[in-house]
Ligand binder design. Structure first.
Ligand code: G3P
Length: 217
């Protein structure tokens, strides 16, 4: 499973990228707001750090304006994936922008039918929002499983990008469900390293090592 980092925080992206943990980046208007940066400027900087797909989202509501915004965003760098919402206009924009040769990430997906439409429109990525479905007592991971089955049934090439990931367990479950990509905030990716038995074992090793009186360096 590929790891995308869901942030516009350049320092956090650079740290994870240096560790080989970043296959791509996703941003959205809320994450741009959080960064306090200009969308074109911060997106260009991210594209200079990460060689994989960097999603930048359009904000228009009608297809023609989405296409114009998408073309402007795609001009930032060759690794831009234009992010469009899963609306009828977003699907129209997806079709045109993929026809232009750009990667397109169709976002705000909450149903298998929406994912089926995105694949038909030629989306590069479909972004089902796991956490937001869980928030309303639906099962986000079940949706990932349904989309996996549908895409495999018909050999759709659209990649399933599990989004709205809130926990390390979400990452594991997305991988078990066969998501192609999971995008998560930096803190969630880091939390995947945590285990209480690792901490406990290390404490014991350090205590025993101190008793040996030895040094390695
Ligand atoms: O990847 C989509 C993400 O940014 C939304 O996450 O936690 O706001 O539902 P969240």
């Amino acid at each position: 499973m590929k790891f995308f980092v869901d942030t516009a925080d350049v320092a956090a992206i650079a740290e994870l990228n240096d560790l080989g943990m970043v296959d791509g980046v996703t941003t959205n208007p809320s994450l741009i707001l959080k960064s306090g940066r200009d969308i074109l400027e911060v997106t260009r900087e991210i594209c200079g750090i990460v060689s994989g797909p960097v999603s930048a989202e359009v904000v228009a509501m009608d297809a023609q304006s989405m296409i114009a915004e998408g073309r402007k965003l795609a001009a930032i760098a060759p690794n831009i994936a234009v992010k469009v919402p899963l609306t009828w206009d977003g699907l129209k924009a997806c079709k045109v922008l993929t026809g232009d040769g750009f990667m397109v990430n169709v976002t705000l997906c909450f149903s298998a039918n929406q994912a089926l439409l995105a694949a038909k429109a030629g989306a590069t990525f479909i972004s089902p929002f796991i956490g937001r479905l869980d928030d309303i007592n639906l099962d986000g991971m079940e949706l990932i499983g349904d989309i996996r089955t549908i895409y495999d049934n018909y050999d759709f090439r659209t990649q399933i990008l599990a989004a709205s990931i809130r926990s390390a367990n979400h990452m594991k479950d997305a991988a078990l469900m066969g998501a192609d990509v999971a995008t998560a905030p930096p803190a969630v990716i880091k939390a995947m390293a945590n285990h209480v038995l690792t901490d406990k074992g290390l404490e014991q090793f350090n205590a025993d090592w101190a008793k040996t009186g030895q040094k390695i360096l």
